[in-house]
Design a protein around this ligand. Sequence first.
Ligand SMILES: [Ca+2]
Length: 274
Amino acid sequence: MKNTALYLLLPALLIASCGPNAARNRLNTASNNTTTAQTSQQEPAHYTYIVRNTYPHSVESYTQGLQYIDGTLWEGTGQYGKSLLQTIDLATGRCDVKLQLPATEFGEGITVLGDRIYQLTWTNNVVHIYDRHTLDKIREYTYTGEGWGLTSDGTLLYMSDGTETLRVIDPATFRQEKSIPVTYEGQPVRLLNELEWIEGRIWANVYTTDQIVIINPESGRVEGVVDLTGLLPQEERTPQTDVLNGIAYDEATGRIFVTGKHWPKLYEIEIVKQ
Ligand SMILES: [Ca+2]
């Protein structure tokens, strides 16, 4: 449903850099002399994954936002007439729908911060803010451009909009405080999608790929790339199955959850450096 003009740029960039030969070459180079080793430390790390747990996920959910906080897994979904804010029972995958957006709106990223829940919309230029406990609508703000992903470091909001630039947002006013241009080895990384703040870094799904980039929020530099190719097995896929999207972090236990749009499974993963 999103524009397709730029889709192929990043996959090509990352795939070209992610192959085992590329990784091996960097490792060899790094061990050969000090100067190169210092340079290599600034190159992105590459990760594969181990599945720690597998949970059911509703194939009805076009996942746009995912967050685990205080023992509750929240999900925001998209598509016109089907855009929801809901909680998910991890064990059963059962969804408890809390709110539905108007049929004219396409839901996008969500984040829970303090007593508030924020829910972006794709091209409606509006963010909805709800009371976390009563789910009453507190207010809304408008913004320019598209809304894609949303996360928080506990103080500020970080928003993606489909470009290579993340917006840093004041949660009280939804005013943009600054922007973070995101680069992978100096090249812009476009189509940043669902976001998650994990231990001082921003993890971002890259739309249409099986890759998550780990971004330094100060520099915008991609410090790591997690390749989740093969996470959802072929036999679990149907014509309805859509892209990897959705990262949630359980700060209390360090668990990392990922899923995708219309995926039947949600995974707890551990990343492994290649
Ligand atoms: Ca998230």
